[in-house]
Ligand binder design. Structure first.
Ligand code: GLN
Length: 308
């Protein structure tokens, strides 16, 4: 596989002078405070090695990357029954768009736009109290990353609730169609907490490694999902993991990946590696600008792509 440490060191060094490009998420004060100069990369391989550079051990708000973990958890609970609640088509709209929901009877396009992720969280809530559902999500992510130190940033979660009007609108709208069964306050309480999980690139790369290894976590040997399910989750990341920037990301990087407005991206190189990048400056679609360029260069130089 060549010298992967050298590869990420080079990319980190080359892009450092461009930090500050893009716009930091400012819809809640907690995210707006982050320094634009943070930049980390972690690369975990299916043979159990991990390579890090820059701010790779610094935790940040994973935001929508959590949608990948809650999707995996919900599929484990209800299997393919999940698809009666949420679709599998790219949205071509912004992550928090409401416009399609009215045309499509409140059924969100996919599990990675906000509406879809809120519907998935409603499924996880099931018979639980919100606190229990939050605890289950945290435990699941700790299990995936093999790291019990992962926690939720309570300040971020509370701030999301205070500034969550758009998500409340999405949830109420879906509830009016029966797509959401619990109260909007309960579902969003859980959703905002999952978005506020604080993780480092290293923890993220480890937690996504099962998707590169046919569903089995090579670090601890746990079978997380079947290889068919891992493939399908990867397909959804490729088609919808970057909202209305998903086509451009597939064109430039050619790997399944999920982004978050905290500036993180978790990418999967099937049968080979998972890569987490963190750089808080965002492009117009709310995806990490330098993080995307870093992944583009890494994929090109390593010859990684799901398209051959
Ligand atoms: N917490 C954010 C929201 O719900 C997550 C969005 C994102 O990361 N794209 O608006």
């Amino acid at each position: 596989m060549g010298n992967l440490q050298q590869l990420i060191d080079d990319v980190h060094g080359e892009l450092r002078e461009r930090l500050g490009e893009g716009k930091i998420a400012d819809y809640i004060p907690q995210l707006a405070k982050i320094s634009p100069n943070k930049f980390g990369i972690s690369l975990a391989t299916t043979d159990g090695k991990i390579y890090n550079v820059g701010d790779s051990s610094e935790t940040f708000s994973i935001q929508s990357i959590s949608k990948l973990f809650t999707l995996t958890l919900a599929l484990g609970k209800v299997g393919d029954g999940l698809w009666s609640r949420v679709g599998r088509e790219p949205s071509g709209t912004r992550f928090n768009s409401i416009v399609q929901l009215e045309h499509e009877m409140g059924r969100p396009r996919n599990p990675f736009v906000n509406a879809g992720a809120i519907a998935v969280t409603d499924v996880i809530l099931g018979e639980y109290q919100p606190k229990e559902a939050i605890a289950e999500i945290v435990r699941f992510v700790q299990y995936l990353a093999n790291d019990s130190s992962i926690i939720i940033d309570k300040n971020v979660a509370n701030s999301e609730i205070e500034h969550g009007d758009r998500n409340f609108a999405l949830a109420h709208f879906m509830r009016s169609f029966g797509v959401i069964k619990h109260s909007v306050d309960e579902v969003l309480g859980v959703y905002f907490h999952q978005c506020a999980l604080a993780m480092s690139c290293e923890q993220l790369a480890k937690s996504g490694l099962f998707l590169a290894a046919s569903g089995k976590n090579p670090i601890n040997g746990y079978n997380v999902v079947s290889s068919l399910r891992a493939k399908r989750i990867n397909s959804l990341m490729l088609t919808s993991g970057h909202y209305n920037g998903s086509g451009d990301f597939a064109f430039r990087v050619g790997l399944p990946a999920k982004s978050g407005v905290g500036g993180g991206i978790l990418a999967v190189v099937p049968k080979t590696a998972s890569i987490a990048v963190f750089s808080p400056g965002l492009d117009n679609n709310g995806n990490s600008l330098i993080g995307t360029i870093a992944l583009e260069i890494i994929a090109q130089r390593a010859g990684w792509s799901v398209f051959g």
